[in-house]
Ligand binder design. Structure first.
Ligand SMILES: O=C(O)CCC(=O)C(=O)O
Ligand SMILES: [Fe+2]
Length: 335
């Protein structure tokens, strides 16, 4: 059966998020079974957890304590790097600055965003120079000490997980496993450290940490604060299914670029985060995509007479930029 045919028979009325162990992702005898698990998860849920991802706990602990220290700085200090004064959304975004779901009053989160940067700066950093529509250097706060190093160490470890996943996605799509290699030479990878303060005001469906949305890139790698339930994923019955933090795992979700590429065979599933815990909640999404100049259009195995192409071709960079502009300027529209 083709992917397009299989997709037509898959139900998305899931009530939990599967866990996929990627500890043996490079073992040839495990790869087919792993790809099958990932294909199932991407068609039914659009979300899965990965265990044994290989990022050292120390790398995670360092970035988490650095971001906690950063977000506890005075507002004015953080606003010195306000992202609207910095190229292409890098830097600090205060609480209520974004409103990803226009039905809401604004996202109850603050964030700090970075893109590709080598830990030891190169003179001609090809990846950064080639970022096209999204080009723009990172900015870094003066404090806390070690913030840049902690962020970049985690960033590069997570990008490594992303490279492993791109190969597994290729296998899951019946493509050669290297299919995405030449499309991810300067892979787009935007990382946001996020802080959701305890929600003290109204507790209704329109007052949430980040409103209902889908992600823009190919997929997202998300670390979430242990012990606090906040992330929720919408199933086809329009029920919000909890995606609680599971120790030792990361959450992976398909974004709109991979949905476009697979003609919605892989689902980019609506999700939101609501922190009603009375505690500060932190998370780190890393949005992973192809090189920004790559043209994204439905692939032939995901198109059939019953499932004609649902999307026009667009370059990854133009697509992400437009979606980001929309998020920070809710009056803009893009379809
Ligand atoms: O903080 C979370 O758990 C989710 C964040 C998210 O969905 C996003 O930033 O796109
Ligand atoms: Fe998201």
């Amino acid at each position: 059966m083709s992917l397009a045919e299989t997709a037509a028979s898959v139900s998305s009325a899931f009530d939990s998020i599967p866990i996929v162990d990627i500890g043996h992702a490079s073992a040839p005898e495990e790869r087919a079974a792993l790809a099958q698990q990932i294909r199932d998860a991407c068609m039914k849920v659009g979300f899965f957890y990965v265990s044994n991802h290989g990022i050292p706990q120390e790398t995670i602990d360092r970035v988490v304590s650095a971001m906690k220290a950063y977000f506890s700085l005075p507002f004015d200090t953080k606003m010195q790097l306000y992202h609207k004064n910095v190229a292409n959304f890098k830097g600090y975004a205060p609480v209520l600055d974004s409103n990803i779901d226009p039905a809401n009053g604004g996202d109850l989160q603050e964030g700090f965003e970075i893109g590709w940067e080598e830990l030891v700066p190169k003179e001609h950093d090809e990846k950064r120079l080639n970022d096209g529509a999204m080009a723009g250097a990172n900015v870094w706060p003066l404090e806390p000490a070690g913030f840049r190093e902690a962020c970049l160490n985690y960033y590069h470890a997570a990008v490594g997980v992303g490279k492993v996943l791109f190969r597994l996605f290729a296998l899951a799509l019946d493509l050669p496993e290297t299919y995405f290699d030449d499309k991810t030479r300067n892979a787009a990878a935007i990382m946001r450290t996020l802080h959701y303060p305890p929600q003290t005001g109204p507790q209704d469906d329109n007052t949430v940490g980040i409103g209902a949305h889908t992600d823009f890139e190919c997929f997202t790698i998300l670390w979430q604060e242990p012990g606090i339930q906040a992330l929720q994923v919408l199933n086809s019955e329009r029920q919000w299914i909890s995606a609680p933090p599971i120790p030792g795992t990361l959450v992976i979700n398909i974004g709109d670029q991979l949905a476009r590429w697979t003609n919605d065979v892989f689902r980019s599933t609506v999700h939101r985060a609501v922190n009603r815990s009375d505690l500060r909640r932190y998370s780190i999404p890393l949005f992973f995509g192809t090189d920004y100049h790559i043209q994204i259009e439905p692939m032939p195995s995901c198109v059939s007479p019953e499932r004609p192409p649902r999307y026009e071709p667009i370059t990854a960079g133009d697509y992400v930029r437009k979606r980001l502009l929309e998020m920070y300027n809710p009056n803009a529209t893009f379809s």
